[in-house]
Design a binder for this molecule. Structure first.
Ligand SMILES: [Ca+2]
Ligand SMILES: [Ca+2]
Length: 295
């Protein structure tokens, strides 16, 4: 199930008359199945903003894919998904823009809900350590484990984090990739990620800036979760999202966004630095002219 931050596809055609799309961005796709979590069944906590990179759509947010993203500009701003139900295996992928200038914000939490023994307790979390510029995993006991090496996740870049959690094994496999890399920047196969209670496991997930003191902002996008099979990454540079390859049509979509004609509907930020500009067109042409332009 993909939980993004936009719903109003039908408005896009109309809004083209005004140039850049003024499509509504909302958090209404979050909160499904939610019975636990902060604020009961609230989908969005603490004023997290859904918006477009041009400031339209209800707010300003840096997005990875599509027309909208989610911006958390302070601690305690996040969205919640209640789809999980004491899962034995939980697989998730999310995209996060490392826009904090200091601190260690928790950007994703897999949580147990009611009942006891430990309602609303973390099964595991992922946080971004700005000082070391790397992601870290946190188990239920609060033990922090680095994912990869320091400087494997540079600041002010997009990264996608893939998580595979197995309740029986108590394992968490993590892959972090982004900043324009075509291979993972960091991986980790971790143990000691058991959850309390024999039948316990994730009951809801949180994404944004959940906790942890920091300064700056965290933007997130394109969360997906599954119970089996890995979740493939979105195709970097497939700016038009109308096919599964990268060609001149994607370059046109990038130039249309650069020239404020229209926002690209796919993934135009080819070098994954949070901005769409001529550097993305250059990176995209490198891919188009490579031996493997397909997604
Ligand atoms: Ca394409
Ligand atoms: Ca870029």
């Amino acid at each position: 199930m993909i939980r993004k931050s936009r719903i109003a596809y039908a408005l896009a055609g109309l809004a083209l008359f005004a140039g850049m799309q003024a499509e509504a961005c909302t958090t209404s796709q979050w909160g499904v199945g939610l019975t636990g979590g902060a604020g009961g069944a609230q989908a969005a906590i603490g004023g997290v903003v859904a918006g477009q990179p041009n400031g339209l759509g209800g707010g300003t947010a840096t997005r990875y894919s599509g027309l909208c993203g989610l911006r958390a500009s302070g601690l305690g701003q996040y969205v919640q998904d209640g789809t999980p139900t004491a899962e034995g295996t939980y697989i998730a992928r999310f995209y996060v823009y490392t826009g904090v200038t200091s601190g260690t914000p928790v950007v994703f939490s897999s949580m147990e809900g009611a009942p006891a023994p430990d309602p609303n307790q973390r099964v595991y979390s992922v946080q971004y350590n700005r000082a070391n510029q790397q992601f870290e995993a946190v188990n239920q006991a609060g033990t922090v484990t680095a994912i990869g090496a320091a400087s494997s996740a540079l600041a002010n870049k997009w990264f996608h984090v893939h998580l595979t959690w197995d309740r029986t094994a108590g394992s968490l496999d993590v892959s972090v990739q982004g900043a324009g890399s075509s291979t993972p920047n960091a991986t980790a196969s971790l143990s000691g990620f058991t959850s309390s209670g024999g039948a316990a496991g994730p009951d809801f997930a949180q994404l944004g800036w959940i906790s942890g003191a920091a300064a700056g902002r965290i933007d997130v996008d394109a969360f997906e979760s599954r119970r089996s099979t890995a979740i493939p990454p979105l195709c970097r540079g497939n700016a038009n999202a109308s096919d599964e390859t990268r060609n001149i049509l994607d370059a046109i979509a990038v130039f249309n966004e650069i020239n404020a004609v229209s926002l690209a509907t796919g993934q135009p930020d080819t070098n994954e630095d949070g901005a769409v500009n001529i550097l993305d067109a250059i990176a995209l042409f490198t891919i188009i002219n490579s031996a493997s332009p397909g997604c």
